[in-house]
Design a binder for this molecule. Structure first.
Ligand code: C2E
Ligand code: MG
Ligand code: MG
Ligand code: MG
Length: 288
């Protein structure tokens, strides 16, 4: 990648510049190609390898299914399955992310509509919205129109927005959040504890749910200070009236500790990995 190339370039001295330049441009070419392919995949009726996956959220005590988070997957024509951690940041560099998130939103509504028609009781479903979406003036109207078009209520679709979206609480961002909330969408703060957590966010944002980031969860069993911190945070979130979901639970010890400090809902590989919609439906219709 570009960084290795730069180090190599430094070591190579005078000739290095040339090498660096070449490596960088091939990296850039790769990214441009990926972006182009992604752009095609997001066309309204394209079936070019984007797929919704669902990761169940469960009750930590009973393991009962409480709902699911929609996570995007991309089956790339030559590269195989690419993680959203790889292509979301790429999409976020341009307006492509707007179309991408709306594709996910639309497909999720379509899925919920099918479930309703098939007579299912809808579980609580959440989707991720990029921070950039909050800068789009038509966001709220678009979201409301889309759920209505599929015969749904905004209350059926929870919107997760990552904490880093709120580095600055610009008026537009606050305004849009307020309107989404007013329209009836439940709002979740995603990745809580990763970056710029500020008590101000918790006070000023119209949130319903806070999702504890998995890096927080990963530490609680080995680091007593992390446990203490999380216990305090749980207490605070509870007092403020937020529902709390723990992310990335991988071990039984983590699950037990989380319950011990008052967290009752979570998702993670211990319970289920993100899965294709068909597999989730089997769970949904199952005995639990
Ligand atoms: P996120 O919203 O925080 O989603 C949780 C991520 O943690 C998912 O990664 C999930 O597969 C992973 N995960 C869940 N349980 C465990 C666990 O026990 N252990 C570990 N190691 N990982 C676990 P994924 O699917 O790769 O998505 C990564 C990120 O990409 C998401 O983080 C979200 O920020 C973003 N993303 C995914 N889909 C979308 C989308 O449709 N739109 C937008 N804007 N972002 C998306
Ligand atoms: Mg999320
Ligand atoms: Mg998260
Ligand atoms: Mg996360």
């Amino acid at each position: 990648n570009a960084q290795t190339a730069m180090i190599a370039a430094k070591q190579a001295g005078r000739d290095g510049y040339h090498f660096y330049n070449q490596a960088l441009s091939s990296d850039l070419r790769q990214r441009l190609m990926l972006e182009q392919q992604l752009r095609l995949a997001v066309q309204p009726d394209a079936e070019l390898g984007l797929e919704l996956y669902l990761q169940p959220k469960v009750s930590l005590s009973s393991r009962h299914l409480l709902g699911a988070e929609v996570l995007l997957r991309w089956h790339h024509p030559d590269k195989g399955m690419i993680s959203p951690a790889e292509f979301i940041p790429l999409a976020e560099e341009s307006r492509l992310i707007i179309a991408l998130d709306r594709w996910v939103f639309d497909r999720t509504c379509r899925m919920l509509n099918e479930w309703l028609q098939q007579g299912r009781v809808l579980p609580s479903i959440s989707i991720n919205l990029s921070a950039r979406q909050l800068q789009e003036p038509d966001l709220v109207d678009w979201c409301v129109a889309t759920v209505q078009r599929y015969g749904l209520q905004p209350s059926m679709l929870e919107l997760e927005i990552t904490e880093t979206a709120f580095i600055n609480l610009a008026d537009t961002v606050m305004g849009q959040l307020g309107q989404l909330k007013l329209a009836g969408f439940p709002l979740a703060l995603d990745d809580f504890g990763t970056g710029y957590s500020s008590l101000t966010y918790l006070r000023r944002l119209p949130l319903d749910i806070v999702k504890i980031d998995r890096s927080f969860v990963a530490d609680i069993c080995d680091d007593p200070r992390a446990t203490t911190l999380l216990r305090g945070v749980m207490q605070l979130l509870d007092d403020l009236g937020f529902a709390v979901v723990a992310e990335g639970i991988e071990t039984l010890e983590q699950a037990e500790l989380l319950q011990h400090i008052g967290c009752s809902c979570g998702q993670g590989f211990l319970y289920h990995r993100p899965m294709p919609v068909m597999d989730f439906v089997v769970l949904l219709d199952g005995p639990m």
